[in-house]
Design a protein around this ligand. Structure first.
Ligand code: ADP
Ligand code: MG
Ligand code: MG
Length: 888
């Protein structure tokens, strides 16, 4: 059996920063900081393996755990000269949670554990400060009551608020020791009433209660939701860190704070953070008092009246600044720090890689290359590909006339407009209706995660740049304006008021997370310009990648957008969307209703010029680049009207009887259309459709080449092939059409015929199919459906449970299932290359824009990935990272 508990402190540690999987991010970095000789209160970390054990063994602990915890407590006691439960020199600890990846606000920390009716006087005596001691005790009862005993924080707050009313004071800091003592008694009574038992007095009971609560919280709804949204596997588990307390609430020379070594919002190379004098723990982020700036420079910029830490606590500031430099240099990246100052003595409580906006990430990476700290390749690897999405957000048009409703903190960049909603449920409901909304809250809490996801932007009236709303919004890449103290939200009335104006739920507003402005109505916006740092990183990325990046585009509009984002061709142009156009769908329906080949050909002749036009403009935009066009794929039933009203309307427009339409609809309807009469099966039944489409493609290629002088290379893709003979049947028609067009136009052109590999049989038979196919494009959406035997449209019902129960780690439609679907891709690539060494291999479908799937594509040496236009920059970066990782 391995070691379950790792200790740190006094310039030593068991474990280090590389052991995040075992110790959690927090525990691993505390160990590392301690080894670096930084001032870290001593402590122990109970590993994530204990969490796994706990859930695998009916919520019990490994038998050795208790002994290991006791031994570690002895060590902490020796280091601090205090003892757990000692009536003279009591040891107090915090109990903290920490997963591999930080999950902001997901699991709660308990501070001041070890306090009880006998240790609290000792704390008062040792600190020579009664007020401080009883403040700490009441905080402990509150936190422990909430987190461990399940007594809602709201109930404690009510007692505290009525105490403040009674004493006619506004701030917690204005209450005296005697007030706290009174409050403690009413807290204890509250706990007795709510739980039926007295507040636990034995520090050992307190400790094991808190440890159990942390492990228990791994499975609370908030944490489960967060992991589902972030794709974090259930089985990772959390670690628990138990650490000796230090106190930021010991009067005016004590403080607590959070900081980033560089600005996480814009990337500026300047220490950035907030702190509060005479405060503890999360007071800074909870927005109870407005925090103060750490540096004088930031204070001046913010125009704040409150003293900076640089001025208020100069010695501690100087030491802190040195620690920041040391940590940034050590980790070679921006750090996000938590610290406490106890009577002018600095203590470090946490460090981790600083979360940053995409804009800041680019600037920091580019700056660090210029500073000689990291290489260009490292800079490319530092940018989270998916985060580039944020840069593609619109900004407010500077020309637009705006009407300012309120101004607050620019907490997360980007602009968003939408209806005002005041609750997460409402945000989800509005988003479900396909409308956009801005979630407006006094403050957000972890329960709001799904609502924040659903909203286009977030607005809060409380909390600073490091509040829950701000941190989570930045992580999600959502615009956020926070801390609008002059706006009054009234949930009950569904209103918000500022400067004498009242807005109601459903009214439209626009928020600008870059300036902190809240504007009336829906303001015009501009699309982002991608230059500067972005260009430099992308240039380095393009230099590092091997795979090409194409786009999935069905329209000239998408094709143009994709080229601007750097697409190097089209990997999937779906032709059926062109037929759904209201101006065309009736010609398509005529074709479907035709009784014989002649009738079908007549209808197809109407469609031909329309298709040709579509392809011509797409080919002009993609001049000189390859374009893959997929022949008609969906079952014909999809083009036929279903509702009775629509049937009558269409019958009239086409001049046929409604019964004819109804009959045809019945004939075409299928039990399982996904596996029915579609793909190349249509081309086998109705070769004239494939002929018309190839003719449109080739004629367009000729026409576009004449115009641009840079011919595209059309790649005609036959969908849903499983047999070489199927492909041959269709290919013969395509080749004949090409020959005819060449003869008619007198122009020679290059083209290829290939197939979409989306059925397991095609993957297994790739060797034979490659005799006829000049390229394979892996259609991994359908390949996932057909490999798993799961219909994507029906999967929602059960995949949720699969994720929750850790049967799968991630939805296979989001990220490619490497072991199954991926194995088929690898096999097909290998067998295809045996027959045709230069066969072109690519992937289309949603996986082409997913960084993890792109990494897989690199590992099996595909030639390109293809994704939607907005994901092209993401794919370029992800492809570069995959290539760099492979190089090692
Ligand atoms: P989170 O994961 O939510 O950031 P933490 O475990 O970091 O939770 O705890 C929150 C805050 O509690 C810390 O930022 C720090 O201010 C305070 N805290 C935690 N442990 C201690 C300690 N041993 N001494 C003093 N303050 C502590
Ligand atoms: Mg927290
Ligand atoms: Mg923390």
């Amino acid at each position: 059996m391995g070691q379950w508990v790792y200790t740190f402190g006094d310039g030593k540690a068991e474990g280090d920063a590389s052991q995040r999987d075992l110790l959690g991010g927090k525990g691993a970095n505390l160990a590392e900081m301690s080894s670096l000789g930084l001032p870290v209160p001593p402590g122990m970390t109970i590993t994530t393996e204990v969490c796994t054990y706990y859930y695998e063994n009916g919520e019990t602990y490994p038998p050795e755990l208790e002994g290991e915890v006791d031994a570690a407590l002895e060590q902490i006691a020796a280091s601090t000269d205090r003892k757990f439960g000692d009536p003279d020199m009591p040891l107090l600890v915090s109990v903290r949670s920490g997963a591999r990846i930080s999950m902001p606000g997901m699991m709660d920390t308990v501070l001041n554990l070890g306090l009880n009716d006998t240790t609290v006087p000792a704390l008062a005596k040792n600190a020579d400060d009664e007020r401080f001691a009883y403040d700490s005790y009441r905080r402990f009862i509150q936190m422990y009551g909430d987190v461990v005993l399940g007594v809602p924080m709201r109930l404690f707050d009510e007692h505290l608020e009525s105490m403040k009313d009674e004493k006619d004071v506004e701030l917690d800091t204005d209450l005296s020791a005697a007030d706290w003592r009174t409050l403690i008694e009413s807290y204890k009574a509250l706990v007795q009433k709510e739980t039926g038992s007295p507040f636990p007095q034995d520090p050992r009971d307190q400790l094991w209660g808190a440890i159990g609560a942390v492990f228990g919280s791994w499975r609370n709804d908030r944490a489960v939701t967060y992991r589902r949204l972030q794709g974090i596997p259930e089985r990772w588990g959390t670690a628990v860190t138990v650490q000796a307390m230090v106190f930021g609430n010991m009067g005016e020379t004590s403080a607590t704070g959070v900081a980033f070594t560089r600005n996480p919002s814009n990337g500026e190379n300047a220490l950035y953070g907030e702190f509060l004098i005479n405060a503890q723990g999360e007071d800074v982020v909870a927005g109870i008092r407005t925090p103060q700036d750490i540096t004088e420079k930031a204070r001046l910029e913010a125009g704040s009246e409150k003293q900076s830490m640089e001025k208020a606590l100069p010695e501690a500031f100087a030491e802190f600044k040195a620690v920041c430099d040391k940590l940034e240099g050590h980790y070679r990246d921006v750090q996000d720090l938590e610290f406490t100052i106890e009577r002018n003595k600095l203590w470090m409580l946490q460090t981790r890689t600083g979360k940053r906006t995409a804009k800041a990430a680019l600037k920091i990476a580019v700056d660090m290359v210029d500073e000689g700290v990291i290489s260009e390749a490292e800079a490319v690897q530092r940018i989270e590909p998916a985060s580039l999405d944020q840069l593609l957000h619109p900004t407010i048009d500077p020309q637009a006339k705006t009407d300012l409703f309120a101004k607050a903190l620019p907490a997360s960049p980007g602009a968003a407009a939408g209806e005002i909603v005041f609750s997460s449920e409402e945000a989800e409901r509005i988003a479900g209706l396909g409308r956009t909304c801005i979630l407006c809250r006094i403050e957000t809490s972890p329960e709001d995660i799904s609502g924040m996801h659903a909203a286009a932007g977030i607005f809060t009236t409380r909390g600073g740049m490091t509040s829950h709303a701000a941190v989570v919004a930045r992580g999600m890449g959502k615009p956020c304006v926070s801390g609008a103290g002059n706006v009054r939200i009234n949930y009950a009335n569904g209103t918000m008021i500022a400067g004498g104006r009242t807005l109601k739920v459903g009214d439209k507003i626009t928020i600008d997370g870059a300036t902190g402005e809240v504007l009336m109505g829906e303001v015009p916006m501009l699309n982002p310009e991608l230059s500067g740092d972005f260009q430099r990183i992308m240039q380095w990325a393009d230099g590092a990648r091997r795979m090409r990046v194409r786009t999935n585009a069905d329209t000239p509009h998408d094709a143009r957008a994709a080229r601007e984002f750097g697409a190097e061709g089209i990997g999937l142009c779906r032709t059926e969307h062109m037929f759904f156009d209201p101006a065309r769908i009736n010609a398509m329906r005529e074709m479907i209703l035709a009784d014989d080949t002649e009738g079908r050909k007549a209808a197809l002749d109407k469609l031909l010029p329309m298709q040709r036009e579509d392809f011509t403009s797409i080919f002009e935009i993609m001049a000189g680049l390859p374009v893959t066009i997929r022949l008609l794929d969906p079952p014909l039933h999809e083009f036929i009207p279903h509702g009775e009203d629509e049937i009558l309307e269409v019958a009239e427009a086409l001049g046929v009887s409604p019964d004819k339409l109804r009959n045809r609809s019945r004939e075409l309807s299928e039990f399982n259309p996904m596996l029915g009469h579609r793909g190349c099966r249509l081309a086998v039944s109705y070769p004239e459709i494939a002929e018309m489409q190839s003719r449109a493609i080739f004629e367009a290629a000729v026409a576009a080449a004449k115009k641009t002088g840079a011919p595209v290379e059309p790649e005609v893709m036959v969908p849903l092939v499983s047999l070489k003979t199927e492909l041959d049947f269709v290919k013969k028609r395509i080749d004949a059409t090409a020959k005819a067009v060449r003869e008619e136009t007198g122009v020679d052109f290059h083209y290829q015929v290939g197939t979409m590999v989306e059925l397991p049989r095609a993957a297994i038979n790739a060797k034979a199919i490659a005799e006829s196919a000049e390229f394979f494009s892996f259609g991994t959406n359908d390949l996932t459906q057909t490999t798993f035997g799961i219909s994507r449209d029906d999967a929602g019902v059960f995949l949720g449970a699969y994720l929750r129960e850790s049967i799968i780690d991630i939805d296979p439609f989001v990220s490619i299932d490497v072991d199954g679907v991926g194995a088929l891709v690898e096999l097909a690539a290998e067998r295809g290359r045996q027959t045709r060494p230069d066969i072109k291999l690519g992937i289309c479908g949603e996986h082409g824009g997913d960084p993890a799937s792109i990494s897989f594509c690199e590992s099996v040496d595909l030639d390109y990935v293809s994704c939607s236009p907005f994901r092209v920059p993401i794919a370029r970066l992800a492809a570069a990272q995959a290539a760099l990782r492979k190089k090692g």
